[in-house]
Design a protein around this ligand. Structure first.
Ligand code: ADP
Ligand code: MG
Length: 720
């Protein structure tokens, strides 16, 4: 070889590494620079002083001011993650085994000293996408690998480790942490972020964290929100001081439509194109209510821009919604290339939870998807509802972060003034409380009437939750938690699903039930139905149909997929969404681990479709419907008329009794995911609920026993 070549090659290698390092450093430096441009940066010192001086602080600031990404880092830099030295001695020994070598400090004499565990800074988010995305951003800013020092936890996915010191999580996840650590001793600071969203879990957290702050004087509690409701939060937290971060907000011109729009998706698409051809560059943000609408709008935009061809500038269409895979989510943050325009089709998530830079135009059709709950009959539904004025103003604000902007409201000015409520109703007042009541009961909180609510739930809703938990066997006649109830609370699921899982032990089919519950949890995204291949897709779907019902069909799909060793190709060939299947598999793994915690053996009995259906019946007996003479089904509990969903494998058959997973209201009230059951199973699986006398015909729902009358009286006495 020519002398020197090796050296030269080595040198080249080295310089490549250096280049890479430089690139990394450059990026890190520029990220650090951009941190300093955020509105919150100028208030860093004042903020830290205020936090030092007060245990509870309300922090209010415009969306995008840096609350979510910066507060945690400031606190970390300020030393809030340092181990709690006061308790070192007593805890040192018991903790010894928990650490791997990296956490040990080598002393000069060669011995290792175990270091005390660092404290965590926890920050809750109402939305899973926000928790993931913000954690990724902060990990990047701190130049660490996501899941190590900076991590996140959402339901069925824990991306944190022993090293994690900054942890983002959904509000529901922190709520569940109370089960394993009632005083949340691992945390030195808790940030309840996006407090203005007033989700059920955030509202319950308010009461719980206020309580632990009383007996953990060193714990810092930060309640952070967009510019809404700060006084109300302050009042609730014993007049805690409010720290306002003055936002930079440029004026936003608001445009209304002259007449109401018949089809707001079409109107939104037209508006995007009008902006694109008539307005100067700047990105567009469109608020839609969910994945389906976003996909429709996406297709319409693609088609119409294709027709316009090269006459127009490049338009980059980016969707964002909660179930979008994370690599796609990241793309919304990438700046549009020069000369092009981004249009982001988003759900409510972009209202305050995620800040996307560069938005100049907002299109607001005025709707969002909201959970509604009818406390009289216990029916829950997701419905498309008009937003509140507060939401409309938040949405408009997204156009004015970097420069003056424009907001196009696809409703009339009259509608804004007369038809929109001032504020949204907190979720606690419009949702089923079964899950939360079960959780609070297992935390030992028995008096749910006098719990410290910011806004109390309606009495009727609480009563229904008790009634349902009693019927499921989670509460006894003294309204105490039963052993079954305690085990049910271990699962981060609706009580009906938890009960189904626990009942699978009796019917020796826990493996099958786990699969079914996991498949149900990836809501209706298993079958793929591309518009140009509907016939093929439907045939493929029908090929999976299994006698007994849709739950068994889902089981069949999963088991076939498993037999191919989880093949992507197989999904593709059978019009099955690989992503959803993967997610179901992930959920299943998590649930399987929880099964061990409640000591249920995993047993498989795929042939016993009766046992499997009886287990489902044990959890879902509330959701029974009976075929009635007019060709409809009637729910047994409330005599509501419903139909089997056309996608169900039982659609053409007319079983006398069915159990459904959920009701969806489209043009009619449909039952989705349905199984056929026998009348007698109801009495076997839900003796508390169904009368035992007659074996044939009408199953009469039992009158709730006297104890529940007592609950009602008690509730009424306490509600003023
Ligand atoms: P706030 O919580 O006050 O609304 P954030 O801390 O979420 O503000 O956002 C501060 C800045 O960080 C914004 O300018 C936003 O663009 C940026 N940012 C946040 N998350 C990401 C991300 N995942 N990728 C890129 N930029 C992000
Ligand atoms: Mg935020």
């Amino acid at each position: 070889t020519i002398p020197g070549v090796n050296e030269l090659l080595q040198y080249k290698e080295k310089s490549k590494i250096n280049e890479h390092e430089d690139e990394n450093k450059r990026k890190h430096r520029s990220l650090q620079e951009s941190r300093k441009t955020l509105p919150i940066y100028r208030f860093r010192e004042d903020l830290m002083n205020a936090i030092r001086d007060h245990q509870v602080l309300i922090i209010e600031g415009e969306t995008g001011s840096g609350k979510t990404t910066q507060l945690t880092q400031y606190l970390y830099e300020e030393g809030y993650c340092e181990p709690d030295t006061e308790n070192v001695e007593e805890e040192e020994e018991e903790e010894e085994e928990d650490y791997d070598d990296d956490d040990n400090i080598k002393l000069p004499n060669g011995k290792k000293k175990k270091e005390k565990k660092m404290m965590m800074i926890g920050c809750t988010q109402p939305r899973r996408v926000a928790a993931m995305s913000v954690a990724a951003r902060v990990a990047e800013e701190m130049n660490v690998k996501l899941g190590r020092e900076v991590g996140y936890a959402i339901r069925f996915e824990d991306c944190s480790s022993e090293r994690t010191i900054i942890k983002y999580m959904t509000d529901g996840m922190l709520l569940r942490e109370f089960l394993s650590e009632p005083d949340l001793a691992s945390y030195s600071v808790l940030i309840v972020d996006e407090a203005h969203e007033r989700t059920l879990h955030t509202d319950i957290l308010f009461g719980l964290v206020k309580d632990i702050a009383r007996f953990r004087p060193k714990l810092k509690l930060l309640i952070s929100s967009a510019t809404l409701d700060a006084e109300k939060f302050s009042q609730f937290f014993d007049d805690a001081p409010i720290f306002r971060i003055p936002g930079r907000r440029f004026p936003v011109d608001i445009y209304y439509t002259k007449a109401p729009e018949a089809d707001y998706i079409d109107a939104a698409v037209v508006t995007v194109l009008q902006i694109h051809v008539t307005q100067p560059l700047g990105d567009v943000l469109v608020f839609l209510t969910g994945q389906e609408e976003i996909e429709t709008a996406n297709e319409m935009l693609l088609e119409r821009t294709r027709k316009l061809g090269t006459k127009i500038k490049e338009l980059i269409i980016l969707p964002i919604y909660s179930t979008l895979p994370s690599d796609m989510q990241i793309r919304i943050f990438e700046p549009a290339p020069p000369g092009a325009r981004k249009v982001i089709l988003a759900t409510n998530i972009a209202e305050t939870s995620l800040t996307i830079d560069g938005i100049h135009y907002v299109i607001d059709p005025g709707f969002c998807k909201q959970k509604t709950y009818n406390a009289r009959n216990g029916m829950e539904a997701l419905t498309i509802t008009p937003i509140s004025k507060a939401s409309a103003n938040q949405r408009a604000g997204r156009a004015g972060r970097v420069a003056p902007g424009k907001c196009f409201r696809l409703y009339t000015s009259w509608a804004y003034q007369h038809e929109l409520d001032d504020n949204s109703i907190p979720e606690i007042q419009r949702t089923n409380l079964g899950n939360v009541v079960l959780l609070l009961k297992s935390l030992g909180i028995n008096d749910l009437v006098n719990f410290d609510y910011m806004d109390p739930p309606p009495m009727e809703t609480l009563r229904l939750a008790f009634e349902q938990l009693y019927a499921l066997g989670a509460l006894n006649h003294k309204v105490e938690l039963t052993k079954l109830g305690r085990r049910m609370a271990e699962f981060p699921l609706d009580p009906m699903l938890s009960k189904t899982i626990l009942a699978s032990e009796t019917y020796k089919c826990s493996a099958e039930i786990l699969t079914i519950v996991s498949m149900l949890s990836v809501n209706n995204s298993i079958f793929f139905r591309p518009k140009d291949k509907t016939l093929l897709a439907d045939t493929a779907r029908q090929g999976f149909f299994t006698p007994g019902g849709d739950h068994l069909t889902l089981l069949n799909v999963y088991n076939q997929w498993k037999d191919t060793n989880y093949s992507t190709q197989w999904c593709y060939e059978n019009f099955i969404q690989f992503r959803s299947m993967n997610r179901a598999r992930q959920v299943r793994d998590q649930l399987e681990a929880l099964m061990e915690r409640v000591e249920i053996e995993i047993q498989s009995n795929p042939a016993d479709t009766i046992g499997i259906r009886k287990a489902i019946c044990s959890g879902f007996f509330y959701h029974t419907a009976k075929f009635s003479k007019n060709g409809m089904y009637k729910t047994v509990r409330h005599q509501q008329s419903v139909l089997i969903h056309p996608n169900s494998c039982l659609f053409d058959q007319i079983p006398r009794y069915v159990i459904y997973f959920e009701l969806v209201l489209t043009t009619k009230e449909y039952m989705r995911q349905v199984i056929e059951i026998e009348n007698e199973w109801l009495r076997e699986t839900a003796p508390h609920f169904y009368k035992t006398k007659k074996l044939d015909d009408d199953n009469k729902v039992k009158k709730m026993p006297k104890v529940l009358g007592k609950i009602k009286a008690e509730l009424e006495r306490n509600y003023s």
